[in-house]
Design a protein around this ligand. Structure first.
Ligand SMILES: [Zn+2]
Ligand SMILES: [Zn+2]
Length: 326
């Protein structure tokens, strides 16, 4: 089995498979989840993805063709057997296991924190592990989810008690649904949510994910104490106009593993932190590790030195012969 990164993750094991990309030829394409940096479906093209990912993508890409694949069920592409396993990152997010006489697991984006919405990723044994390395530096160690939730409840309730209006920033797909549940279920505050968030919330609910109550934002700022919106739309101008409209002070917090916001930050990451990346590698017990996304070089070097497992980053346009390491 060979793996190359070139507009997606190309797995070549006699037959070929492309993960999270677009193929010019007839290579089957599997999409690990619905985030736009992984899934860019094109008109008339065919894609395989989990049931949930298919539901999220179909509404934005009605001109692409999706075949949904249930979790934990093997399907065949020529001589390759493929199965999807929940990755704990967002609704429908999948790890991808590929087997012939060898086996290879691609974690894609994953999370080992159990959240208010989902269980953590299942750790899957693999001979070759291709693992994301977004937070592949030891300084990225996040507090437990419970602790972050406690701090959020305290901060939100304290603000509301001071008669403030609370704005929570989180990406419309994935983070905003967790924020909806934190506000609605943990703080008992039915939030207003932007239209894009409202629509994604509805898809989550259609799969039985419990978010509590929420209201679509539509010139109705006075109906709630909390507003959930995409962080890139939070500007000084936006905050000023909210202030004028609700006639209250406005407190802003953003939920992200990357603390690069000038507002209050809650490290509600939907990726594994450094310790969880290492935990995954140890428990998956691979003979060879390939790292990709974020701090790939740094994580590979740590795995080589500290765990004694051959590891290297997957560089763009650089082909690795995985069989060389077995
Ligand atoms: Zn993602
Ligand atoms: Zn990603």
């Amino acid at each position: 089995m060979h793996v190359t990164e070139n507009k997606g993750l190309m797995v070549n094991a006699g037959s070929k498979l492309l993960i999270d990309g677009n193929s010019a030829s007839n290579v089957p394409v599997i999409l690990s989840h619905a985030h736009s940096d992984h899934a860019k479906p094109r008109k008339g093209k065919n894609y395989f993805a989990s049931l949930e990912t298919t539901a999220l993508l179909e509404k934005n890409f009605p001109e692409s063709n999706f075949t949904s694949v249930p979790f934990n069920k093997k399907i065949s592409f020529n001589d390759l057997s493929v199965s999807l396993h929940f990755s704990g990152h967002m609704l429908g997010s999948s790890q991808i296991k590929i087997e012939n006489e060898k086996d290879l697991l691609v974690t894609s984006d994953f999370n080992l924190h159990k959240t208010i919405l989902f269980n953590e990723a299942e750790i899957i044994p693999a001979e070759t592990l291709v693992i994301e390395s977004t937070f592949g530096l030891s300084k990225y160690a996040f507090p437990s989810r419970e602790k972050i939730y406690e701090e959020m409840i305290e901060w939100i309730n304290a603000g509301i008690q001071k008669n403030e209006f609370i704005v929570l920033g989180g990406y419309a797909l994935g983070k905003a649904q967790e924020l909806t549940a934190v506000s609605s279920l943990l703080c008992n505050e039915t939030p207003l949510v932007f239209k894009s968030i409202y629509e994604n919330n509805k898809v989550y609910e259609s799969f039985g994910v419990k978010l509590g109550d929420f209201i679509e934002l539509n010139y109705n700022l006075n109906e709630a104490n909390v507003l959930i919106m995409p962080p890139q739309l939070i500007t000084e101008g936006m905050i000023e106009s909210i202030k004028k409209s609700v006639k209250k002070n406005v407190s802003v917090a953003v939920a992200s593993g990357w603390n690069n916001s000038r507002y209050k930050n809650f490290p509600l990451s939907d990726h594994a932190d450094f310790n969880q990346l290492i935990q995954y590698v140890k428990e998956s017990n691979p003979k060879k590790v390939i790292t990709y996304h974020g701090y790939a070089r740094e994580l590979a070097s740590f795995i080589n030195r500290r765990l004694g497992i051959p590891a290297q980053p997957l560089n763009k346009h650089f082909q690795l012969g995985l069989t060389d390491f077995q």
